[in-house]
Design a protein around this ligand. Structure first.
Ligand SMILES: Nc1ncnc2c1ncn2[C@@H]1O[C@H](COP(=O)(O)OP(=O)(O)OP(=O)(O)O)[C@@H](O)[C@H]1O
Ligand SMILES: O=P(O)(O)OC[C@H]1O[C@H](OP(=O)(O)OP(=O)(O)O)[C@H](O)[C@@H]1O
Length: 231
């Protein structure tokens, strides 16, 4: 990584972008107009800060860009951090946005049977089939209970899996619970609580400590200032 290379901030383009941008702006970073132009196909944007650009990528890829040093800092959910477990990612700041949880869900009837019997989902099981976007977290969660998880990896619409007999169980993100309900599913266990974090590439932090500490502090101040305004 060249010392003079511009800093790159990786932002997730999906649902958390709307929650992230007030923080980015409160930290004093204003992207060029194309960033807010829905017709623009650009993926990298200059900002009002010379030497700082923004890339807009898929949520999982934001972690990858930063972990490999292609971006220097970024915003990533701790679901993604746990799933990839990249050594080179340092996450100094919980941004308190993008709250959701990662849960096991089953069809209503099966969930009700388990609850009525006062059992937990994995009681008495040695093997489960699960559809999820999070194979590593899922395998680890079941392994800790002594259960072997056979994972079917999906990238979205996990909620279809039980009704279509792909797998009886899913492990997926839940926020309002609306998607589970609309698909006849109920939560029976929670693997982790999730919020988004500011992440920094560890090597970049060693090589460019002043700049990266400056931006970490700016985000910390922006968070405090937005919280004090009740935003
Ligand atoms: N329902 C939700 N409520 C709040 N935060 C969520 C929710 N779903 C996901 N998140 C957070 O937002 C991140 C991105 O969400 P998700 O993986 O669903 O991507 P997406 O917005 O659908 O885009 P992609 O096209 O990359 O899949 C997740 O890693 C998680 O941290
Ligand atoms: O509890 P809720 O508020 O209904 O939110 C949960 C849904 O949000 C996420 O999907 P998203 O909308 O990001 O679409 P995806 O399936 O493409 O990931 C997640 O995978 C659930 O499907």
């Amino acid at each position: 990584m060249e010392l003079t290379a511009p800093l790159v901030l990786a932002l997730p383009k999906g649902r958390i972008l709307d929650e992230v941008m007030p923080l980015v702006r409160a930290a004093g970073i204003e992207p060029e107009a194309a960033f807010d132009d829905p017709k623009s196909r650009a993926l990298k944007f200059d900002t009002n800060i010379p030497g700082l650009s923004i890339i807009r990528v898929r949520a999982f890829d934001a972690a990858t860009f930063v972990a490999f040093g292609a971006a220097h800092l970024g915003v990533v959910g701790n679901d993604v951090l746990r799933e990839f477990d990249y050594d080179d990612l340092y996450s100094p700041l919980d941004l308190g946005i993008g709250y959701c949880r990662l849960s096991v869900a089953l069809p209503n009837e099966m969930a009700q049977e388990i609850k009525a019997a006062g059992r937990t989902d994995s009681d008495g099981l040695s093997h489960v089939r699960v559809a999820t976007k999070y194979p590593n977290i899922t395998r680890q969660f079941y392994a800790e209970k002594g259960v072997q998880a056979e994972v079917v990896k999906l990238n979205g619409a996990m909620e279809l899996a039980p009704a279509l007999q792909l797998t009886p169980r899913i492990v997926d993100l839940v926020s309002t619970g609306g998607t589970l309900k609309a698909n006849g599913l109920q939560e029976v266990d929670t693997l982790m609580e999730i919020t988004s974090r500011l992440v920094v590439n560890r090597s970049a932090f060693k090589i460019r400590p002043k700049e990266l500490s400056y931006w970490t502090d700016k985000f910390r101040d922006a968070l405090a200032s937005l919280s004090s305004k009740g935003a």
